[in-house]
Write a protein that binds this ligand. Structure first.
Ligand SMILES: Cc1cc2nc3c(=O)[nH]c(=O)nc-3n(C[C@H](O)[C@H](O)[C@H](O)COP(=O)(O)OP(=O)(O)OC[C@H]3O[C@@H](n4cnc5c(N)ncnc54)[C@H](O)[C@@H]3O)c2cc1C
Length: 292
């Protein structure tokens, strides 16, 4: 590992100042689970590290009935897994966090680091896309919020600029009659997802049809994405066997799967349809509807 100068700002504004003044030679350090191994291997060689562990506002977890759940970027994956507030207000997020790697990684790894790093097969992106979450970013140029579905742009790439700090995530409250499920398919339990699918649906109490549907997928393509054509098929219906098959086919067409050491593109494509079908059936069971 090459030498570096370490900064420990106390506020988001201070951190943004350091990033703005040091340019692309500076890197944010969160839990270090991804960055430090890359520095050890000399894959990245920042001259300046901006550690966020002394910024209290980035560790907050808040709930508001109108705005929903807010998580600071430095909330650890372990905290998300065990927080009583998150388990009550957004249990699918706690469940998703519990599927990340091992407890060693979750103890240190943060939600902000997970999203900014955008490892292929990261679990939270699929769930945040399905939940309609927004990601906050801050720099000396100002603040902005980005829908989770537009945040991930390519292989380990996001819309974040080098001078921007990811500050947190906001998850809107689930509409009445809504339910969400996250399913992860891997070869070994500790691996990132080969296929990670989160499905949100809101069931109309009178007609029984699904009025709102959002699907997030990670692990299949180079970046997590929203499966809009499969959503369109499921929306406005009470999914039956034919609907599930049609949605699965559209999902398989919509992804652009990759091949790596964990699995081939054709396997990822096939499992996208299989896992989506399972997710739809799980939600039908939750809604106590007929499961085809
Ligand atoms: C063995 C192993 C297995 C894993 N398996 C899984 C898995 O199954 N599922 C899963 O979801 N993840 C998995 N991960 C990834 C894990 O979740 C990491 O913790 C996460 O990707 C990085 O979080 P961190 O807080 O450690 O970030 P760091 O390592 O500190 O930073 C990662 C990157 O994000 C940038 N960054 C961090 N925070 C910010 C911020 N607030 N603003 C701007 N940029 C920022 C850093 O500059 C760096 O480029 C695994 C990691 C390991 C090591």
């Amino acid at each position: 590992m090459r030498g570096f100068e370490y900064f420990e700002p106390k506020t988001v504004d201070e951190a943004a100042e350091v990033l703005a003044s040091r340019g692309e030679d500076a890197k944010v350090l969160a839990g270090g689970q991804a960055l430090l191994p890359m520095m050890s291997a000399r894959l990245v060689n920042p001259r300046f590290l901006v550690g966020l562990s002394a910024v209290p506002e980035l560790k907050r977890i808040d709930w508001d009935d109108q705005q929903g759940l807010r998580l600071g970027a430095m909330v650890t994956q372990r905290t998300i897994e065990h927080s009583a507030l998150i388990r009550e207000k957004c249990p699918v997020l706690a469940d998703t966090a519990s599927r990340i790697a091992s407890s060693h990684v979750r103890n240190m790894g943060t939600i902000g680091g997970n999203l900014a790093h955008n490892l292929v097969g990261s679990d939270p992106p699929a769930t945040l896309i399905a939940l309609g979450a927004e990601i906050g970013a801050s720099s000396t140029r100002g603040k902005r919020t980005i829908p989770a579905s537009e945040f991930f742009t390519g292989f380990m790439e996001t819309v974040l600029q080098p001078d921007e700090l990811l500050t947190g995530v906001r998850i809107p409250p689930l509409a009445p009659g809504g339910a969400v499920v996250y399913l992860k398919h891997t070869v070994r339990a500790v691996d990132p997802a080969l296929v990670g699918i989160a499905l949100l649906a809101v069931r109309n109490a009178h007609s029984g049809s699904w009025s709102e549907v959002r699907i997030g997928v990670s692990g299949v393509s180079e970046a997590p994405l929203r499966l809009r054509s499969a959503e369109d098929v499921l929306r406005g219906r009470q999914p039956d066997d034919a609907t599930i098959k049609e949605a699965a086919k559209l999902a398989m067409d919509e992804v652009d799967p990759m091949t790596d050491a964990h699995g081939s593109a054709s396997y990822r494509r096939k499992m996208t349809g299989v896992i989506l079908g399972r997710a739809v059936r799980q939600l039908l069971m939750r809604f106590q509807m007929k499961v085809p």
